[in-house]
Design a protein around this ligand. Structure first.
Ligand code: GUN
Length: 281
């Protein structure tokens, strides 16, 4: 079984991106800038944002985190986004989710100009991705896609099963696999016979938020299994895949942690650099 080392693949990607930033700096005399907006003091969001900032600095991006208390008015956030939309030194804007209930998440997402939407959440980017046009692609599915391609460069005709239908993961993952000519089945918590669906799959991406849902006898020999889940349980942090069981069957599997997580952050840096490059034309 191949343990897909997300940490290592992400470190290699960051190294490539660092080189690219250095070349862009020489060519344009400026570097891509990423601004992250963080509302409130939820511990997981703070940790994510700290990691994003650290990685951004490591590859040589200009990076800024703007923090607001969770009592901040929606208007304040929207006005800040407008200001960043018009700031030429900023290539990418990310508003860390979740947001407090009194702030309309969709309004925030739609206020970010699509060309700086490094999360790929704006309806225009969602539409472009599903139409097969150039767009920002959400960082987590992009990271999953790059890891799958490392294991199997030619995905044409493969059967892929995506478990989970969220806008963040399941739906964009499906689009990326379709683009590679996979036959994709989207499943979710209400799917009748999830085991039978998974047993058909050459590739399984589990992104449903149910601890250790995908069992060893759900997985075909030689399947590639990507585990997007991060679930806190009494037994510590576990994914959506029963790791020990599945590792006995699968050809390749991502661990939790150390699989998808590091790739998500590296892909955010990649998206920021791609937004910068598109803005130079
Ligand atoms: N919170 C958890 N994951 C994400 C993500 O990919 N983007 C944003 N903006 N917030 C998140």
């Amino acid at each position: 079984m191949i343990l897909i080392d997300g940490k290592k693949i992400a470190a290699e990607l960051r190294e490539e991106l660092k080189q690219e930033v250095s070349e862009l700096k020489t060519k344009y005399n400026k570097v891509p800038g990423l601004t992250v907006i963080l509302v409130g003091d939820m511990a997981p969001s703070q940790i994510y944002v700290r990691n994003k900032e650290k990685s951004a600095n490591e590859v040589g991006l200009k990076s800024e985190v703007i923090k607001y208390p969770d009592t901040v008015e929606e208007k304040t956030i929207l006005e800040k986004i407008e200001e960043l939309n018009n700031d030429e030194s900023i290539s990418g804007i990310l508003v860390q989710l979740p947001l407090p209930k009194h702030i309309d998440k969709q309004k925030v997402i739609e206020t970010i100009i699509p060309s700086k939407d490094v999360d790929g959440f704006h309806p225009m980017n969602v539409g472009n991705l599903s139409s097969g046009y150039e767009s920002s692609v959400p960082c987590t599915p992009l990271g999953c896609y790059l890891m799958i391609k490392k294991i199997e460069p030619n995905l044409s005709g493969k059967k892929a099963v995506v478990v989970g239908r969220s806008n963040l993961n399941g739906k964009p993952m499906t689009q990326l696999l379709l683009k590679e000519n996979c036959t994709v089945t989207i499943t979710h918590s209400r799917t009748k016979d999830l085991k039978a669906e998974c047993l058909e799959a050459d590739i399984i991406v589990a992104a449903v938020g149910i601890p250790e849902l995908v069992k060893g006898d759900w997985v075909k020999k030689d399947a590639i299994v990507i585990d997007v889940g991060i679930n806190k349980t009494e037994n510590g942090l576990v994914g959506d895949v029963a790791f020990d069981e599945v590792s006995k069957n699968a050809k390749a599997l991502t661990p939790v942690p150390g699989g998808v997580g590091p790739m998500t952050i590296a892909c955010l840096l990649k998206n920021t650099i791609d937004c910068f490059k598109r803005a130079q034309i």
